[in-house]
Design a protein around this ligand. Structure first.
Ligand SMILES: [Fe+2]
Length: 276
């Protein structure tokens, strides 16, 4: 089971997470356990998902690529779409739709991650697409096809953070590759909004600093995290100490060939992507 010459199963702690053995009781138990967490809190963590060797390889790739990361916007809305808030003038100034939070992180775009890297091989593998499909209750998933957005490395330097926000999609998969000395915790408020109700009062309460009901996760390197971020408000709090926080962000979709908007890529990866 090799992708681009990389032995993908060797990147994963298969003894702990037997994802190569669908149909066995151990596989079914794993799926059931993570699905229970996803249903209850919108978040499932698999600590030690990467093998020692896998973590070492992929974290080294991330450190090598980190200098190529692009900074993007330094503030953003919880809803992303309103970088220009003119159209929202009818709302009160402190309405969540008009609020922006500090965003201090850089991202390595997918096209800068080598095809033969362990990280891209893992992302592209049928093994991951089928395992994640089972977790999200589908026959399989497909890695995103956008050459910039489908696979990213998030580089959060000391002092870095990400503002409270909702994701556009509802299936986020991340791999913690290097944890900071302090801070950099993933914090989330499960099921804050629904298709029927944006629940702006609750969003405003959290934006104002009341974290009642929020969960805080500090992930060890090698942790795979699945998150349903379209309905759950979430952020990363400030990184302290001297070490970057490095995180792989792996996009998957229920159908093949999904690409994102070019204007979003230009915003997040820089003008260079406009010309390609
Ligand atoms: Fe997010």
């Amino acid at each position: 089971m090799r992708t681009q010459g990389v032995d993908v199963p060797s990147l994963i702690d298969i003894d702990r997470y037997p994802i190569t053995e669908p149909g066995t009781p151990a596989f079914d138990n794993l799926i059931a356990q993570v699905q229970e967490d996803l249903a209850a809190r919108g978040c499932g963590c698999l600590p030690g998902f990467l093998s020692d060797d896998g973590l070492q390889k992929i974290a080294a790739e991330a450190r090598d690529l980190a200098p190529h990361a692009y900074g993007g916007p330094t503030e953003a809305s919880p809803y992303f779409f309103n970088y220009q808030t003119d159209a929202l003038a009818k709302y009160p100034e402190n309405h969540p739709l008009r609020r922006k939070g500090e965003r201090n992180l850089r991202q390595v775009a997918g096209d800068l991650i080598p095809e033969a890297s362990a990280l891209k091989s893992l992302h592209q593998s049928a093994l991951m697409a089928e395992f994640l499909g089972a977790l999200f209750g589908m026959p399989r998933l497909y890695p995103g096809a956008d050459k910039y957005q489908a696979l990213n490395i998030s580089v959060m330097p000391p002092g870095g953070c990400q503002q409270w926000h909702f994701d556009r999609g509802n299936m986020t998969t991340t791999l913690m590759l290097q944890s900071p000395e302090g801070g950099g915790e993933f914090q989330y408020a499960p099921h804050v909004r629904s298709e029927e109700n944006e629940n702006y009062d609750e969003v405003a309460r959290i934006l104002d600093g009341d974290l009642t009901g929020c969960h805080s996760v500090s992930m060890e390197p090698g942790t795979l995290m699945l998150f349903r971020g379209h309905y759950s408000l979430h952020r990363v709090n400030r990184v302290t100490g001297n070490r970057d926080r490095l995180l792989g962000i792996l996009s998957y979709n229920p159908e093949p060939g999904v690409v994102g908007a070019l204007d979003s890529s230009i915003l997040h990866y820089g003008e260079r992507v406009a010309a390609t």
